[in-house]
Design a protein around this ligand. Structure first.
Ligand SMILES: [Zn+2]
Length: 75
């Protein structure tokens, strides 16, 4: 299995710092394997990119790049 060369976050288009994508091998561990990804962030990833492109650390933490400072939408 080869990592996909997805170097950008599918949500914001920023660098996702995905180590396997950068190295071209899954022998390196991605930072995202050690953090928990926000379900809200995952829900916003296009279906075709789920499990294919890493989020960037900011989006993984569910900090929206487009709606800064907005309160939780489920109020
Ligand atoms: Zn992002």
């Amino acid at each position: 299995m080869q990592p996909l060369a997805n170097h950008v976050c599918p949500l914001c288009g920023g660098a996702n710092q995905c180590a396997p994508a950068k190295a071209g091998t899954l022998d390196v561990e991605c930072w995202c394997s050690t953090v928990s990804i926000s379900p809200e962030a995952l829900a916003r990833v296009p279906a075709e990119l789920v499990d294919k492109a890493c989020l960037c650390p900011r989006c993984a933490a569910a900090v929206s790049p487009t709606q800064p400072g907005q309160a939780a939408p489920d109020a």
